[in-house]
Design a protein around this ligand. Sequence first.
Ligand code: PXG
Length: 441
Amino acid sequence: MTTRQTVPNNMDAFWMPFTANRQFKKAPRLFVEADGMYYTTDDGRQVLDGTSGLWCCNAGHRRPKIVEAIAKQASLLDYAPAFQMGHPKVFELAARLVSLMPPGLDHVFFTNSGSESVETALKIALAYQRQRGEASRTRLIGRERGYHGVNFGGLSVGGIASNRKFFGTLLAGVDHIRHTHDLARNAFTRGQPAYGAEFADDLERLVALHDASTIAAVIVEPVAGSTGVLIPPKGYLERLRAICDRHGILLIYDEVITGFGRLGAPFAVDYYGVMPDIVTTAKGLTNGVIPMGAVFVKKEIHDAFMTGPEHMIELFHGYTYSGNPVAAAAALGTLDTYAEDGLLTRAADLSSYWEDSLHALKDLPHVIDIRNTGLIGAIELEPIPGQPTKRAFSAFLKAFEDGLLIRTTGDIIALSPPLIISKSEIDQLFAKLGAVLRSLE
Ligand code: PXG
């Protein structure tokens, strides 16, 4: 007789990322299958995916076009060297991706994650400034509460103390503009907050301090995700762009979360109508199925490197798996799925229903703010005095028991369901979440 064992005998060996390891291993939460909007746990329960995995499964789970594309590619060409060699799928993918962006962001560099996309963008920015004769522009500017992955460049420009404090002095020459969160003026805003465009002027302060001739680039998430869904105040991105232009500073958007339809347009670039010079993506690029990232770069930046002898490498940067054939096939299958289901703009149709359902939780206990854009929502809870994060973590555990997957960061609950969600599934999500919030201490 065989019994299928889904809980491993020994969980010690795996040091889990960004996880309370000891808590988890005492009471493991395991998914064994997924389909559409739902995960299945090892004990056979259905869990509604309120977070698209980790903001990545924008088309929902186990989508046939993606599964087939991966299987076919693996059986045809499993791997091709990424340096000095190529394969057709990656060129097809780059052309498809560029066609989704507004004209100008014409070139794509492939990576394997959001973190690597960020490192790539920062390195291209520095190298470009040198290439155009501005080699003194070596500073990188991030923003408080920014999240740009976990590698040293991204950590350095990132603005989350708990992620940074263990890891020494990080990159030299980095500074940060202030964050845009302003609960006092903007609590319970639907969409873009009315107040805070002037927070962009903080970049002028850093220009005055360091001088523009030392600054290469500024990187921001158009909507900060990991730090608890901070939506740009009206006029903020416009103002940041104008200051960058005034001082010859490149503007990098980290669209690892906002890319691929999350806001109701293919990218935040379209949604906010403010053009950056470089855009980082990952996650939704392959629907989370195979690791892959892509960095979009303006033509002028790319072209500045296309000089010198033709046999010479133009940019000394790349990864063994840049444009991996199976990942490229997964991305093409993902783009086909997005196109077939109209997912890159579907959030725009659903966002007012989503918004109303979310804001209906306004009067529940401990709720101090609710904010939303596209198919993103956040509920900020009053922390338990002396025990920050505990209230939201309890909500996460309770929601999981009740068949709903949410994410929490600090005492903020973040929601970002697959873009295939139906109105009745939105109802179900908020009914479950409402019950969880009512039950909290
Ligand atoms: N930039 C941004 C804006 C991100 O959100 C990264 C870079 C790094 O991507 P990789 O693929 O290296 O993890 C991210 C990742 C959450 C959560 O729940 C967010 C991320 C990852 C895991 C959880 O907020 N964002």
